[in-house]
Design a protein around this ligand. Structure first.
Ligand code: SF4
Length: 400
């Protein structure tokens, strides 16, 4: 369906806006097609060899189109961009981290299409996955920076220790600090993506008392980054960001924490399948109780979904099979800055906060901010307390 036809009922202004976007997308895709190096393997052959039909691929493309908040008419463009992803040079740095993000993103037994894109990325340098080591590895990095200067995407996993002039983390035969390497590589990249919450904000590496003075990449290097937060993050959010870059040559709209709004614009709590239980005042009181078996809300056993912005409940993990709250453990708030310190204790509700009204479903992280989100706890706490006298209390024979 043509754009004009699809938006025939919409205002002139909206039609013009989507027409402009489509033109920009077509021009950029052509430019990328000319500019990017040829693929090592053809995308169609990769799909065939993994038993993915064209129909399944297009279905995935339409889901990604919707996830990126684009109208369905953009689906063929998303398919074209996905087919080009294995030509985009990527330099992946591993700094102060546990390699959990790499493990989660690249090592799946039954890869979905997101995973296939990640598996076939043109990784020019990745310390964990490459065969080269020592001086040979450093040469690979220098060559990639020279050959693809201004073209490659720099992906950074892990925080940057700033204490002792960065010497808590040195990498490679020449003993360069993580700070020096990240600064050099980021300065030559087309864009910098922080994968995981450690590179986004410091996170676990920067947890109190933070003896290495670890920082997130944007703070340490004083640059703008796209933060795909999470511990680990979801493959869909990373792939969607790459697709957006291939489609438009620009960063997606970001929130105040540098996270793509299309993926981190809403609270987990507002799209959680246990939310009706929360609203009915039906809570798991302790691990393994009758209410846990019945799938009640996990707020009282520490779920931080009400203060956490991410699409986990919508895109899920492991090929969309499940996510932590569905599996029976509350959200630990891992997409938020300093969650390890600020969201503790992880298996109990947080301590008292001053009362403020609950944020509405439409509120984004920008509108209410983490500090304000945290104090919504008082309202939630009162709600949870009220449940003693409503759903759960009634079942236990309590009085209203
Ligand atoms: S508190 Fe947690 S389990 Fe309960 S509805 Fe919110 S996100 Fe879901």
């Amino acid at each position: 369906m043509a754009l004009d036809e699809m938006f025939s009922n919409q205002s002139e202004e909206l039609r013009a806006c989507y027409n402009d976007l489509m033109k920009r997308c077509e021009v950029h895709l052509d430019k990328m097609h000319q500019k990017l190096p040829p693929p090592k393997d053809r995308w169609n052959e990769i799909l065939n060899s993994h038993g993915v039909s064209r129909r399944d691929f297009l279905k995935w493309c339409s889901i990604m189109t919707a996830a990126l908040a684009l109208p369905p008419v953009f689906t063929p463009k998303v398919a074209k961009a996905a087919g080009m992803a294995n030509r985009l040079p990527v330099v992946w740095l591993n700094l102060a981290e546990c390699t959990g993000c790499t493990e989660a993103l690249l090592r799946t037994a039954y890869p979905g299409i997101d995973d296939l894109i990640l598996d076939t990325l043109s990784l020019e340098y990745h310390e964990t996955l490459m065969a080269a080591s020592g001086y040979q590895a450093e040469e690979c990095l220098s060559e990639a920076l020279e050959k693809f200067a201004g073209q490659f995407v720099c992906v950074i996993e892990g925080a940057i220790p700033m204490g002792l002039n960065g010497k808590y983390l040195t990498i490679g035969a020449k003993g360069k600090t993580g700070y020096e390497i990240a600064k050099e590589v980021a300065s030559k990249a087309a864009m910098v993506i922080c994968i995981g919450s450690c590179s986004s904000y410091g996170n676990i590496q920067a947890a109190r008392p933070n003896p290495t003075k670890a920082r997130g990449v944007a703070e340490a290097l004083k640059i703008s980054t796209v933060n795909i937060a999470g511990c680990p993050p979801n493959a869909t959010n990373f792939v969607g960001t790459l697709l957006h870059y291939l489609l438009f040559g620009a960063l997606p709209a970001l929130d105040r924490l540098g996270r793509p709004l299309w993926a981190y614009g809403k609270r987990i709590h507002d799209f959680c399948e246990r939310r009706p239980h929360y609203d009915a005042g039906e809570f798991v009181e302790e691990w393994g109780d009758e209410y846990a078996k019945r799938g009640f809300c996990l707020y009282k056993v520490g779920c931080k979904g009400p203060y956490t912005y991410a699409n986990c409940s919508q895109v899920r993990f492991n090929q969309g099979v499940s996510w932590p709250v569905m599996a029976g453990h509350g959200c630990i708030g891992c997409t938020e800055p300093d969650f390890w310190d600020k969201m503790a204790p992880l298996e109990k509700p947080m301590a008292d906060h001053a009362p403020l009204p609950l944020a509405g479903v439409e509120a984004t992280a920008d509108e209410i901010g983490l500090g304000l989100t945290m104090v919504t706890l008082a309202g939630i706490g009162a709600h949870a307390l009220g449940s003693v006298f409503r759903g759960v209390g009634k079942e236990k024979g309590g009085e209203e």
